[in-house]
Each structure stands twice: as C-alpha cells, then as structure tokens.
Design a protein around this ligand. Structure first.
Ligand code: BYC
Length: 320
C-alpha cells in the first residue's frame, strides 16, 4: 500500500470524511460518481410522476404543496449533481449518460401515477423508503455527498409526512376514497421494497461500498427496517399491506415478508418497465427545449465577466 492509500484507509477507519482534495482510490471515485449521479438522476426523473398531477390536484392547498415538493426534488438533484462534480465529472457528462441510457435511475419512477391517491402513496412509501436509505447516507464517507444528504433528508421528511397525511385523509374518507387509497398501496408496495436494490447475495456493489463506508447498511437491512416501520403505519391507516406472507416473527423481532418478484425489478431496471420510455423521452425533450435557456445564461455570464474585467481599466482611465 502506498502512502496516499494508507492515508485514505486511515481516514476511513477513523470515520473521517474524504474530501475532494484528498487522494482516493480510482475505484472509490468511480463508485461514488456512479451512486451520486444515479441518485441525482432519480431526483430529476422522480419529478415526472408527481408533476403529472400538479394541474389536477384536488384543491389549491394540495396543488401548492405538490408544486413545492416537486421543486424540492429539482433542488435535491442540483445538490447531488454538484457533489458528483467535485469528483471530476461535469453535469453535462452525467446528463448525457442519463439521456443515452448508460446511467441508471431508481426503478420506482417507471410506474404510472393513475389516481390522486398515488400522490399520497408516493409521499408515504417512496419518500419513506428514500428516508430510510438516505439518513444513513448523512454519515457516508465522502464529505460533499454526506453534507448534501443532511438538507435532502430534512426535506424528504416533510415530503413523507405530507404523503402520509394525504393518504390518511383518503383512508378516513368515503368508501370510494378508501378504495383508492387501498388500490394505491396495492400498486406501490412491492415496487417500494425494490427501491432498496437487489438482495444482498445478488448485490455486486454492497460489500466494497460497506468497506469504504459509502453504504452504512446493506440493501436487505434497510428493506427490513422499512417494512417493520411501514406495516405499523398501514395498520394505523386501516389499510391492508398486499402480502399474505407478512407475519411478525417474535424470535427475529422483525416482520417476515413474501417473495419479491426480482424478475420484475430487473426488467424495469433494464428499461422495460411500464413508463421507462416515456420518462426518458420527457427528460430528453426537456434538455433539448431548454437549450436556449442554457445558451442565454452562458452568454449573460460571459458578458458580465467581460464587463467586470473591463471595469478597472475604465476606472483607471477616468482617474488619469
Ligand atoms: N433502481 O449492487 P447494488 C428519491 C442497480 S430518489 C434502479 O445493490 P448499490 C425520490 C445498481 O445501481 C431515490 N437500479 O448497487 C425522488 C447496480 O447497477 P450498476 C434514489 C438499481 O449502488 C423523487 C445494480 O442494480 N435513491 O428518493 O450498492 C421523489 C446492483 O445493485 C436499484 C438513491 O439513489 C433501483 N432501485 O446499491 C421522491 C439512494 N437498486 O450501478 C423520492 C442512493 C439497485 O452497478 N443509492 N440498482 O450498473 C443507494 O443507496 C444505492 O445506490 C442503492 C443500490 C441502494 C440504490
């Protein structure tokens, strides 16, 4: 092991943050770019299923809340792209990887949002799963990623609560509303469990990422924590989790749960989910139609910089 590597390993062992200026193994840098950029892409693509309901929210209050939530997600994407940029990749390169399909984003955003109850289910389950995964990332070993996560988690926590409150109103409403809430839970439950990634024995990246303290818990550990918390919340709502094998296991102190359809998961990850094509097309179109904004912003900043550079000379000329 060379001296730079020794310093890196010592920092990891001491639970200190690795910072952009620190030497780091190339594989560590690549793993972080992969995870952080995919996380950023998930936030970006994640705006689409909910954005779909902004114009159809059932009241002004719900519309304002949903709009704010979707805006937060754009912000999360920006913090994360910025964190990834400190590792030597540009935002344009990352977006190119999203648009040409070489970078992944979370499987969950390839499912359709069919009713208003889906907005509640996404907040409650999807943001709930996101928090379970992301709170430990506040202690991930790469400083810029950990710091970005602190603000993201605060906002996700608000998102989860608004989703729970929205679905609770439906669950306590008329028979039709209750049915809508149950139907949303039926459709979002299993895809939410898949968000945590493949089982540990089929997760090629977990072992090394745990060693580097990028991940603090394995996929299965986080999935189990999420199930244990969420089943109790479903009981409180009077809704039924769509898993006949769900059972409290006294000995383990956890819920046992049924078999997850990993074929479905890999099929969605490979681009064949119900909305994969639609989502990517929307993102590509947004990129193309926003080209004039990027060009104008660049021209404006160049003009300002040129003006600033010319200013001292102009001032010098005035005093001469
Ligand atoms: N979907 O070895 P594994 C949000 C891929 S945004 C698609 O376990 P790793 C929100 C994985 O990338 C939520 N692909 O990988 C936004 C790997 O492929 P590559 C996003 C998945 O990285 C808006 C392969 O499968 N959260 O909350 O150790 C509105 C093998 O997996 C998925 C994050 O991104 C998946 N679900 O662990 C509302 C959190 N799972 O890359 C909410 C940060 C796995 O080798 N990311 N794959 O080609 C992580 O914590 C980890 O990357 C994961 C996967 C736990 C997701």
């Amino acid at each position: 092991m060379n001296i730079a590597n020794e310093a890196f390993e010592a920092k990891i062992a001491a639970d200190s943050f690795i910072e952009p200026r620190d030497e780091m193994p190339e594989a560590y840098r690549k793993t972080l770019i992969r995870q952080i950029s995919q996380h950023a892409h998930s936030e970006y693509v994640g705006m689409l299923p909910e954005g779909n309901w902004i114009t159809r929210a059932p009241s002004l209050k719900r519309k304002a809340v949903l709009l704010a939530k979707v805006q937060d997600e754009a912000g999360h994407g920006l913090y994360l792209y910025s964190a990834a940029e400190t590792l030597g990749i540009t935002r344009d390169q990352m977006l190119e990887q999203l648009h040409d399909g070489t970078a992944k984003y979370s499987s969950i955003f390839n499912y359709p949002t069919l009713t208003w109850a889906d907005m509640g289910a996404i907040g409650w389950l999807v943001d709930g799963a996101a928090i379970m995964n992301q709170v430990p990332l506040c202690r991930t070993s790469y400083g810029p990623y950990a710091r970005a996560m602190i603000r993201v988690c605060k906002e996700e926590s608000f998102h989860q609560r608004q989703g729970f409150e929205a679905i609770m109103r439906l669950a306590q409403g008329t028979e039709v509303q209750k049915k809508m809430a149950q139907d949303a839970l039926n459709r979002w439950w299993w895809p939410s469990l898949m968000m945590f990634g493949p089982p540990d024995d089929h997760s090629p990246n977990t072992e090394q990422s745990m060693r580097w303290k990028i991940k603090r818990f394995t996929n299965d550990e986080l999935r189990q924590k999420f199930i244990d918390v969420t089943v109790e919340q479903a009981k409180f709502l009077g809704l039924t989790v769509p898993d006949p094998d769900l059972k409290w296991n006294e000995e383990r102190g956890h819920y046992d749960y049924g078999v997850i359809d990993w074929n479905e998961f890999w099929n969605v990850v490979k681009g064949n989910g119900p909305c994969n094509r639609e989502r990517l097309e929307m993102r590509r179109n947004a990129w193309d139609s926003g080209a004039w904004v990027r060009e104008a912003a660049l021209a404006h900043s160049q003009k300002r910089a040129a003006r600033k550079e010319a200013q001292p000379q102009a001032l010098a000329g005035a005093t001469a």
